[in-house]
Design a protein around this ligand. Structure first.
Ligand code: MTE
Length: 309
């Protein structure tokens, strides 16, 4: 990877400003449907990573070094295997459980309910100790939740990924995995302003290998919580079962908050390898809650994070 493939943030932001103008132009020309709105969400300056030691990851790397186990266990596998998967249109998401607006929605309907999309630059830290900094386009999950009107008895939100074995080769190859991929958050976590549903990346619709057409992004938690290609959202009073927790409960807890003080049983979580394309990647100290401590620590007041990992 040459240095040139890593776009410094200021150049990226310049490009975004230009794109922002073109989106206005498209809307003014009467061509603006949900797609331009989805793709050109305006950058929200309140969610930037103002840290010179954390430049934006190159788009090429973020879209070719992936964890999408339904396709492959190899990082470079998903991008080469996605072509055989035609993302259904309209894409639908079943909303069920302890919620008033129970229904199977088209993605467009959910986006309409959540309001305009925006772009946020977040740190993203995988449990495997690599990390990136990427610009997501999408909406705050809390805005959608408010419209869906969960009942007061709902304590958690459970998410399920698309799991058609004809679309995802590894589901057939590894039938002993507890597919579909599932994840969950407490209601308080799901309603936190940082929790996002992403429909785009680098100002473009979400690439298939990154979880098209919609995925969760929870930047203070390990990347495995950020479930891809969502088809079901369920409000429940029981802690949801998650794929990783079922496979290896001692290694992957329900909370999975980024925490340099709690090691994975097989490796340290004190530092992380920055995805910068270098032969000897930069290693930096991992920050508690992935640098979002100020924003989210109150969610865990009085909770023993070693026990609830
Ligand atoms: N969602 C599904 N459905 N399947 C997966 O294998 N991997 C998770 C998460 N969401 C995964 C998933 C893990 S381990 C990580 S680190 C992130 O997606 C990776 O997201 P990225 O490929 O966009 O970087």
């Amino acid at each position: 990877m040459s240095k040139l493939e890593v776009t410094p943030e200021h150049i990226y932001q310049e490009r975004r400003r230009f794109i922002g103008h073109s989106s206005l132009w498209i809307a003014a020309a009467g061509l603006g449907g949900w797609l331009p709105q989805q793709v050109f969400g305006k950058p929200n300056p309140a969610y930037a990573v103002d840290d010179p030691s954390r430049p934006l990851t190159s788009e090429k790397l973020a879209t070719s070094y992936n964890n999408f186990y339904e396709f492959s266990l190899e990082k470079d596998g998903p991008k080469d295997l996605v072509d055989k998967w035609t993302v259904k249109s309209p894409w639908t998401v079943e909303v069920t459980g302890l919620v008033e607006q129970k229904k199977t929605y088209k993605l467009e309907e959910l986006m309409e309910m959540a309001g305009p999309t925006e772009e946020r630059v977040y740190r993203f830290r995988c449990v495997e100790a690599w990390s990136m900094v990427v610009p997501w386009t999408g909406f705050e999950l809390s805005k959608l939740i408010a419209k869906l009107k969960p009942k007061s008895t709902a304590k958690y939100v459970a998410f399920t990924s698309h799991a058609n074995p004809n679309d995802f080769p590894n589901i057939k190859k590894m039938p002993y995995y507890p597919w579909p991929y599932t994840e969950g958050l407490t209601m308080a976590e799901a309603q936190h302003p940082l929790a996002m549903i992403a429909t785009g990346l680098y100002g473009k619709p979400l690439p298939k290998q990154n979880g098209a057409p919609l995925r969760l992004v929870v930047p203070w938690k390990y990347g495995f919580k950020s479930i891809k290609s969502i088809v079901k959202i369920e409000f429940t009073d029981q802690e949801p079962k998650t794929l990783w927790n079922q496979l290896a409960p001692k290694e992957y807890g329900f909370y999975a908050n980024v925490n340099p003080e709690v090691d994975h049983p097989r490796w340290s979580q004190a530092t992380e390898r920055v995805l910068d394309g270098k032969i000897f990647p930069t290693r930096i100290k991992t920050l508690k809650f992935n640098g979002y401590e100020k924003e989210v620590s109150s969610l865990y007041a009085g909770i023993d994070l070693k026990k609830f990992y």
